[in-house]
Design a protein around this ligand. Structure first.
Ligand code: AHG
Ligand code: MN
Ligand code: MN
Length: 355
């Protein structure tokens, strides 16, 4: 009898989940954001409006990405950014678009962007009263723009620490555990927005016929392992010993396949949906790795954690790192829990060998 009632409970739970998912499935991002606002009793709609502002800006960027090749938006902009990286025209366009929407939306008091050396203070009466700061990589995977491979936008949202008035750098240098929301937009075979406000991860696909992001991937959860690992294999000889040994284990013992797009958003999207691991480790020439902590590693770590995965720099959880500088870099190992656990074991075993 006990077995029967257990089966019945599972059956009703499955029906409930299917009904809830069907009810939600296909609703627009705006409807979903407003619907989910009810999960936060003291919500006043400011975060909802900020998320929708980012959604609108990404639709405008998507339009330019889709026209790239037809209009003069490909190629280098003839300038370099704070990272001393050659800016692509689309980098500049995406950065300007997001800054405009965030400045005019009234919900953002300041912006930290990969493309700007200092934080951008929204020095308006609305900006002085606004509650949130946004950190962003306006266009991730720039090297893939001209060859039509997946690129994306990555964003993080924190509540400001300063009371009111012009924001300051301290409002931005916050650890991942303080995040209010984070997400990315991937401009690929279809354009998707994937985000979390700390209550699970949901994916929305842009339906060009109505110009709306519609819920297509409710409640994304990352499997505890996966078929693929993603790393720039050409750096293998320059990785720490623990990482080289770990990659050897993935390939020779676990027979994992290598998939690497060269856009963090693309490699992360596959890992989030299918499991596996994405790594950008330290190398002898870049001891802090390449990826930026505040607007690449932390937002992706937040999403992965919300989806049941993990992210570390090899020694500590990404979400625990307290940022010291706006553009600081961090090594990152992110993905399925079982594969991250193995990273810990290889680091423990082979880091000891060095000391
Ligand atoms: P961005 O285009 O914003 O500078 O980011 C590029 C990053 C990231 O998207 C990707 O994972 C990594 O660079 C690839 O670096 P390598 O080309 O060195 O593998
Ligand atoms: Mn990037
Ligand atoms: Mn970028």
């Amino acid at each position: 009898m006990r077995n029967f009632s257990l089966k019945m409970n599972n059956f009703t739970a499955l029906i409930k989940k299917t009904l809830v998912m069907n009810r939600y499935n296909g609703i627009t991002l705006d409807e979903f954001i407003i619907l989910k606002e009810k999960d936060y009793p003291d919500a006043k709609g400011n975060l909802s409006k900020l998320l929708r502002d980012i959604g609108v800006a990404s639709k405008v960027i998507n339009r330019e990405v889709n026209k790239a090749g037809l209009v003069d938006i490909l190629g280098a902009a003839g300038k370099t950014n704070i990272q001393d990286e050659e800016q692509q025209k689309l980098d500049v366009f995406a950065n300007n678009m997001l800054i405009n929407y965030l400045k005019n939306g009234g919900q953002c008091t300041g912006i930290g962007s990969e493309e700007n050396e200092d934080v951008i203070v929204v020095d308006t009466p609305d900006g002085h009263q606004a509650h949130y700061v946004v950190l962003m990589d306006p266009l991730d995977g720039s090297s893939n723009i001209d060859i039509n491979a997946s690129i994306g936008t990555i964003f993080s949202i924190y509540k400001r620490k300063s009371p009111v008035g012009p924001c300051n750098l301290e409002d931005f240098l916050q650890e991942g555990n303080k995040l209010v929301a984070a997400g990315y937009v991937i401009y690929g075979s279809s354009t998707m927005m994937v985000y979390s406000t700390g209550n699970g991860v949901n994916g929305f696909t842009l339906d060009p016929s109505i110009g709306e992001f519609c819920l297509s991937h409710p409640d994304i959860t990352t499997p505890d392992t996966g078929k693929y690992y993603a790393v720039n294999q050409s750096n293998y000889a320059f990785f720490p010993e623990h990482t080289r040994r770990y990659i050897d284990w993935l390939v020779n013992e676990k027979r994992k396949g290598l998939r690497y797009i060269g856009s963090m958003v693309g490699d992360m999207h596959r890992t989030l949906l299918q499991g596996g691991i994405f790594m950008y480790p330290a190398t002898t020439s870049s001891p802090q790795g390449k990826l930026r902590l505040l607007y690449e590693c932390i937002p992706m770590a937040f999403l992965m954690q919300q989806a049941g995965g993990r992210a570390s720099d090899g020694h500590q959880e990404i979400m625990d790192i307290v940022p010291q500088e706006l553009h600081q870099r961090s090594p990152i190992y992110i993905g399925s829990t079982r594969l991250l656990k193995r990273v810990d074991q290889f680091v423990e075993k082979y880091s000891e060998a060095i000391s």
